[in-house]
Design a protein around this ligand. Sequence first.
Ligand code: PLZ
Length: 452
Amino acid sequence: MTLLDQPTSTGRGGPELPQERRLVTEIPGPRSREWLTRRAAAVSAAVGETVPVFVQAAGGGVVVDVDGNSLIDLGSGIAVVGVGNAAPRVVAAVQEQVERFTHTCFTVAPYDSYVEVCEALNRLTPGDFEKRSALFNSGAEAVENAVKIARAATHKQAVVVFDHAYHGRTNLTMALTAKNQPYKNGFGPFAPEVYRVPLSYPFRDGLSGAEAAERAIHLIEKQVGVQNLAAVLIEPIQGEGGFVVPADGFLPGIADWAQSNGVVFIADEVQTGFARTGTMFASEQFGIVPDLVVTAKGIAGGLPLSAVTGRAELMDAAQKGGLGGTYGGNPLACVAALAAIETFEQDRLADRAQRLGEMIQQRLRALRADDPRVGDVRGRGAMQAIELVVPGTTEPDAALTSRVAQRMHQQGVIVLTCGTDSNVIRLLPPLTIPEELLAEALDLLVETVRAA
Ligand code: PLZ
């Protein structure tokens, strides 16, 4: 009999889980190690992994593994479970729906929750103009559809994206994504008519927002031409690319230029959306009103759902039947989204994100003040990061970053890294994490960076 044949705890997830960091074995423990062995024999070696534990339950601010270790979650499954894992409203809504019907395909036989999610998105996204939405499964799929919509509406083809951008792993979105390893290497050829221009990256370029916008616009006008350009696509704060917060004025500069030149301005709010940055959408904090907003991740408490929302005349431009897919707006995901959106609003999770952000910034700025390897502390709300460098320079220190992340995992805290140079540690706690738990994780992070 192997360990895996023995029953594991039957404990449920959700916020009722004990909110504590508790290590009862080394990380990974014996049960996780058995699963890692089975994983290696069954799962493609090309599918990555960050933390070497297998999950048994999760909720509030913790993830409990199959050995009974309780880890503090500062990753939210990559910014997904903002409302917490197994959030009570989400669980109840999905349980009720799963017993009614699981799927009809909205484009075959429609149902109410799809329409209600679109109504909610039209209400919540920036802009007081007439809007429409369409639902898909993943962030990448929604980004692709935003590009399709912009092309259909403008009868133009080119798309401009930025250095360090991340938009997905499908063929078109690989072309839109900047970083080669591991996302693109060996997977070409990539889609044409994608043009990349420099971002505003205050820690590295020293430019004002207006200067960085002017630099990008000049390149677009000279190398692409507005008469060919369907859309400019940008993450308001970059996610995978390093949690880069552009200098003030950069986003409005780009958006104003696009919108006065017949170019669709698309905000990819897949990672920044749904209260994560302290407002429902990050665009609000930068004073931009995108023509199209792409959402996913936080939208449905962990069920796969994504959306494109925007100006009705753009959203309605493609031919009838031109947008769709078998599962897009699946009824389980839609009721989960309605429950998640109710939770964001009723529990004022955007305010919570701001409060968590203040705690994180305070702690990490103090660290930066006495450790020159912490080159930059940046972020908004509960989307914060430190960029680790060789002291006194902006030269990335990826080795230090990976050591810190691994050491955090061994101590029972899930943290993720990011950045084109893999030298950024990012914090994305569930917005339901208890403050004491976040404080404990931040203390550990500070100690771990100092000791690494
Ligand atoms: N746009 C801004 O952050 C997904 C990628 C994880 P999907 N980011 C996490 C990984 O290693 O694959 C993301 C994003 C932004 C688009 C996407 C794509 O969303 O739901 O992963 O397709």
